[in-house]
Design a protein around this ligand. Sequence first.
Ligand code: SF4
Length: 338
Amino acid sequence: MNLYLRAIYKLNMHKTLDLKRYAEQISVMDIDTVKIKEAILKHKAKKVAIQIPEGLKMQALKISDEIEKLGVSTLIIADPCFGACDIPDHGMKQLGCDLIVHLAHSQFIKNTEIPVVYVEYRSLDNPSSILSKNVSRLSGIKNIGLVTTVQYIDYLPELKTILEKNDIKTFIGKPKLATYSGQILGCDQSAAKDVEDNVDAFLYVGTGLFHPLGIARATDKTVFCLDVEKKEIYTIDGEYQKYLVRTEMRKIKFHEAKKVGILVTTKTGQMNKNVFEIKSEIEKMGKRAYIISMNFVAPDKILGMKLDVLVNTACPRIEEDLVFPIPQINWDSVRKSL
Ligand code: SF4
């Protein structure tokens, strides 16, 4: 697999598995066409761009057929979609679209060049029985923070009831960027931060390491994962310790570097407009800094540039998900180490 494909694969892994399972469970009729119709009427849309995460692309043509029954022409955006921030509104406007239907994430970006309707999805896998069977894995925990992604958000009250019946006081925090109480995004753990002072640990409901590692990074607390795929509960403490070691190594590489690339994306939802200030700050440290701009972030694009290290200002999770030919570190991590 070349670096470009590996980039797509890794960046989508944390959600693709979930979405593929979902795609197998749903019929196209489960897509919230009422919400889409309301948006079409509200915005008097005639040409609608449909943005579909990788895991749902097998349904793309059927979804397009279904939306066209609402009396509009559609366009399918085939570029990889990495999150709710990843809205190609500028390009779609140039193509004449007057609405983007963004499937599977909750609302994130509010100011776009053309309207965007976020059509969420919910998992049909109720995680309650997994919690009931495995709640003993939480023994010793008296207070816990409960967090998840949008697809399991409706199950939080039921999970809270099970935890409290087992004498574990449960806290569900309010997020700053995400939409629902208890909801986290790869780049927004504020629902966990909101309750971190009240809890001994967090219980994350979902799959994979991507989100639970984000919670551990943000709060430095033990994170248990209620894994809906493996149907078990485990901690990610070991993975978090490895992450901390990797971060220390990255800081050392940054401080040793003479030529620094500053990675900025032109995707509006991930764009850091302070890159020139960041460049000045880095150059004040006695280093030479080069701003490297790209839309889709892929390691191949810097091959041949003789940089010592890459400072990432785009999606903060790229730091862990993409393998660049040189060490990379998030700008926030650099600042914290100064
Ligand atoms: S910035 Fe990254 S983690 Fe945040 S929504 Fe976008 S893709 Fe997801």
